[in-house]
Design a protein around this ligand. Structure first.
Ligand SMILES: NC(=O)c1ccc[n+]([C@@H]2O[C@H](COP(=O)([O-])OP(=O)(O)OC[C@H]3O[C@@H](n4cnc5c(N)ncnc54)[C@H](OP(=O)(O)O)[C@@H]3O)[C@@H](O)[C@H]2O)c1
Length: 248
């Protein structure tokens, strides 16, 4: 039987690439995004597959649950918390509303949505994937709140993995830089974006889905990113020193 996948942040970047791949493999999809359905021209998005919910708003989780119930969707085999936002700039310059939105979309929404969707999971075989970031384990100047939100998300996943043992697998996957519109949306200056040489959203999407299949606890996408995460956790002093020097 086709598996039912619920995916947030399905309208762009890595999420859209995952949605395309999952559709090609015949999955039943529930795709969550904030854009109106009329603005989405892919055949993927239909009134039965697309749930419009702004994850920065407190009613987002209940909107998703209502959608599932109204559409009579089957239990969820794979739940992917992928939606994410960030803002680029010095921590002292970031305004309160932006900080709030970053924490709401990247942390509050996956926590609230997990809570609301637990009764809808296909236990005991379901998998919950949190799309985190290598920045959860690294100093991230100019994008500190984003990195903090991902570190907190890792903390939630770590505990949930133990709580849900025997009911669902919990995977917190850590991509590094990926060629999506996220950096532009976050306000990273064009000159800086042009220096990035990142893998495509599709390549990273494929790796995330593979990690979801394998069910390892906290995998990293890409060998270089795995080294960076290791240094972030085990060589904090030298890493801080090197990064401070690099900024001079
Ligand atoms: N790109 C990277 O370098 C990178 C690196 C590590 C981790 N990640 C993580 O990977 C995930 C996907 O990022 P991406 O690069 O694919 O970014 P993206 O292209 O900007 O896609 C993000 C998705 O989240 C959705 N979203 C944002 N705010 C939302 C809200 N309030 N309500 C509902 N949906 C919302 C976006 O909707 P709209 O289409 O309306 O904007 C979009 O569908 C994120 O969790 C990100 O933190 C990305």
């Amino acid at each position: 039987m086709a598996r039912h996948v619920l995916l947030t942040g399905a309208t762009d970047g890595i999420g859209l690439a995952m949605a395309r791949r999952l559709e090609a493999e015949g999955a039943v999809l529930t795709l969550v995004g904030r854009r109106p359905l009329e603005a989405l021209d892919e055949v993927l998005f239909t009134p039965t597959t697309y749930c419009r919910a702004d994850l920065s708003l407190p009613d987002a989780a209940s909107r998703v649950v209502t959608f599932l119930e109204d559409q009579g969707r089957p239990p969820i085999d794979l739940l992917v918390h992928n939606a994410g936002v960030g803002w680029y700039g010095a921590a002292e310059a970031e305004d309160a509303a932006r900080i709030r939105t970053t924490l709401d979309v990247n942390l509050w929404a996956p926590v609230a949505l997990t809570h609301a969707l637990l009764p809808h999971l296909a236990e005991p075989t379901a998998t919950i994937v949190f799309v985190s970031s290598v920045l959860a384990d690294l100093p991230a100047p100019e994008i500190a709140c984003y990195a903090a939100s991902k570190a907190a998300l890792d903390g939630f996943a770590r505990s949930l993995r133990v709580e849900l043992a025997g009911r669902a697998r919990v995977v917190a996957v850590h991509p590094g830089g990926t060629a999506t519109a996220m950096h532009e949306k976050a306000g990273v200056p064009a000159a800086q974006r042009e220096r990035f040489r990142f893998p495509s959203a599709d390549r990273v999407a494929a790796r995330i889905l593979r990690h979801a299949e394998r069910g390892r606890r906290a995998p990293t996408v890409g060998a270089g990113n795995a080294v960076a995460r290791f240094l972030g956790r085990h060589a904090t002093g030298p890493l801080d020193w090197a990064m401070r020097r690099g900024r001079k």
